[in-house]
Design a protein around this ligand. Structure first.
Ligand code: GLU
Length: 411
């Protein structure tokens, strides 16, 4: 598979032309500030020792401490973690929260580990990065195949090493350990607010909108739940084992039950579709909510949706982006569409630093304000440059990052 970071460099190239950036600016955007690469040694339940390759990339910290999740997945690579860290820097800048961008990852299939092994891996990861993370340095969070329990072990390990409480070192924690209300579904909620604004502009009604969602992890599952509650018609969903489709709409509550008992949505009684077929269904809105590089030049022409809302990071390649744009598909880019997650992570961190916790309604109200305003800014920038939302979001984000770099005297 091509290195995903090549896609990032291609994106930077294109945007540099549009924004007329100079070499120094391009260099800052194209290079992560710090790359940590290490082996996490884990004692397995059978007494043997295993090494798992781990990464943490701190891409840019001009606007604040670096921020971004940790992914446990067999396909993790340094190129992927670098790309995800770059997108985090842009994401935090698009919604204007005071963070830079980072990402971490471990090459592992966590589904093959016992809970004890997973705990030892999580603690081992933190031991490798403990001098490089901290509430004012770099703040991890969950990402693909990591969750609140893993954040708890990581927090505990960090606090043991430092000998003090430091809840602001990591977000996406359970409520009992200083997590924020609404964090668990905030990525999807943020995307839903943005979709609602677009639907308003297009003068459509949710009941007339057919949606397909690729991926049924935290982001995809909560998106299905929220949009179903808001009256949209969810006709297709999928997970890593495949997808299901019913043009009349799926019973989402039942799909969620089946996913939790049978571990896959494919156990639900409906027409089976592959993950590739799901992307090409006859729908109005397509929500990629799984991994990167799903919409490529091979299938972009077959996408039937009018709106693609990128809840996953990097689901569309630059070639595919061009094809979708020419077809008139509205692509809501990942760095805006899925920024609700890190926005509530920011609220969690603020609450940790204060030691004062907000009600769920307060969190949602603040999230809604940030998402709607950011969408409006991106939309206005799109009109100004007569371009698409991805370029507009990149322009807004890069302007903010470079302004901070300039003020620090780095440019
Ligand atoms: N992993 C999430 C993302 O890609 C959340 C990051 C965070 O909360 O720091 O946006």
């Amino acid at each position: 598979m091509a290195n995903v970071f090549d896609n990032v460099l291609e994106q930077i190239d294109k945007i540099s032309e549009l924004m007329k950036l100079n070499d120094k600016e391009i260099k800052i955007l194209s290079n992560p500030k710090k790359i940590l690469e290490f082996d996490v040694n884990v004692k397995m339940d059978n007494g043997s020792k295993k090494e798992f390759k781990g990464y943490r990339v701190q891409y840019n910290n001009a606007r604040g401490p670096t921020k971004g999740g940790i992914r446990f997945h067999p396909n993790v690579s340094l190129g992927e973690v670098k790309s995800l860290a770059f997108w985090m820097a842009l994401k935090c800048a698009v919604v204007n929260i005071p963070y830079g961008g980072a990402k971490g990852g471990v090459i592992v299939n966590p589904k093959e580990l016992s809970q004890k092994e997973l705990e030892r891996l999580s603690r081992g990861f933190v031991r490798n990065v403990s001098d490089h993370i901290g509430p004012m340095k770099d703040i991890p969070a969950p990402d693909v195949y990591t969750n609140a329990q893993i954040m708890s072990w990581m927090l505990d390990e960090f606090e043991k090493i430092k000998g003090k409480h430091a809840p602001g070192v990591i977000t996406g924690k359970p409520i009992e350990l200083g997590g924020s209300l609404a964090r668990s579904y905030s990525t999807s909620m943020g995307g839903a607010y943005v979709l609602r604004e677009i639907v308003k502009i297009r003068e459509q009604e949710p009941a007339d909108i057919k949606v397909a969602i690729q991926g049924f992890g935290n982001a995809g599952m909560n998106m299905a739940k929220i949009l179903d509650n808001w009256g949209y018609k969810i006709v297709g969903v999928s997970d890593s084992k495949g997808g299901i489709y019913n043009k009349e709409g799926l019973d989402i509550a039942q799909v969620i039950n089946i996913k939790s008992s049978k571990k896959t949505v494919t156990a639900y009684d409906a027409k089976k579709v592959s993950n590739d077929e799901l992307l090409e269904l006859d729908v109005d809105v397509l929500v990629p909510a799984a991994l990167e590089n799903q919409i490529t030049k091979q299938n972009a022409d077959n996408i039937n949706a009018e709106i693609v809302l990128e809840l996953a990071n990097g689901p569309t390649t630059p070639d595919a982006d061009k094809i979708l744009f020419e077809k008139g598909v509205v692509v809501v880019p990942d760095i805006l569409a899925n920024a609700g997650g890190v926005t509530v992570s920011y609220f969690e961190w603020v609450q940790n630093l204060y030691g004062y916790y907000w009600k769920e309604a307060e969190v949602l109200e603040k999230l809604e304000e940030i998402m709607v305003n950011s969408f409006k800014e991106v939309y206005a920038t799109q009109e100004k440059y007569n371009s698409n939302m991805r370029n507009a979001a990149y322009i807004k984000a890069i302007e903010r990052i470079l302004a901070a770099e300039k003020l620090r005297g780095n440019i």
